[in-house]
Design a protein around this ligand. Sequence first.
Ligand code: ATP
Length: 258
Amino acid sequence: MSLLEQSDVRTDAVVRLENVSKTYGTGTNALLALDGVSLTVRRGEFVCLLGASGCGKSTLLSLVAGLDRITGGTLDIGGRTVSLMFQEAALFPWLSVRANVELPLRLQGLSRPERRKRAEELLDIVRLRGFGDKRPHELSGGMRQRVALARALAQNADILLMDEPFGALDAMTRDILHDELERIWREQELTVLFVTHNVREAVRLGDRVILLSSRPGRVIEDYPITHPRPRRIDSPEVSAQAGEITDRLRAEVARHAH
Ligand SMILES: Nc1ncnc2c1ncn2[C@@H]1O[C@H](COP(=O)(O)OP(=O)(O)OP(=O)(O)O)[C@@H](O)[C@H]1O
């Protein structure tokens, strides 16, 4: 039984990092990307990871996803499954929207009618009912991200890992997708670890905002965000807290600028 499974009952933790470090390369080429990162994500939490460019946010996500290995410390997700979503939707262009969403369902061994039914449900959840027969290039960037979200949900994973999923979208589309993601997170009782460098986005979405230092990445602040939901990105409360976090981030970046 893993450390996390034993402690699970008490803390409801689904992801635990203790003193995690990650070094890329070896010898003179070695680059310390993360250093002594400790972080716990609880079931149903929406946790945003924030930090300056290159501080190791994507590295941390890929370690949790098991795409890469830690070089020190402990990382435990208790055998849980993860699904990933990136800035680029990375849909298969030759497949219809429906077929893209059905792909993970096919891997799970669902029969054709079951896949069809579930894919329609998922397209409904991301508000793309009626778009199943379209090809990705026929959709807007925001709609493609909705498909990517439906495909991520199709994996039925315990933890949803998101790496700047709305980073390439215009502000209005991003705003709408924040609302949608918040609704889906609540309805589906998801656990989300969300990487962004947009402070307002982090405060808009997160139960907590974890601030990483410049490289090597370390957790320097863990802000609980308690404003009632649904939040607006331009509300006075979100703006005020984003301002406070931005000041902290600026100080951190400036500390490393010379
Ligand atoms: N596969 C790799 N091999 C070598 N170095 C890497 C690799 N992946 C990332 N790095 C380095 O590790 C550091 C952290 O990178 P990472 O992409 O995790 O940062 P980030 O905070 O996500 O950055 P950004 O906000 O710019 O996307 C960077 O200096 C990067 O160059």
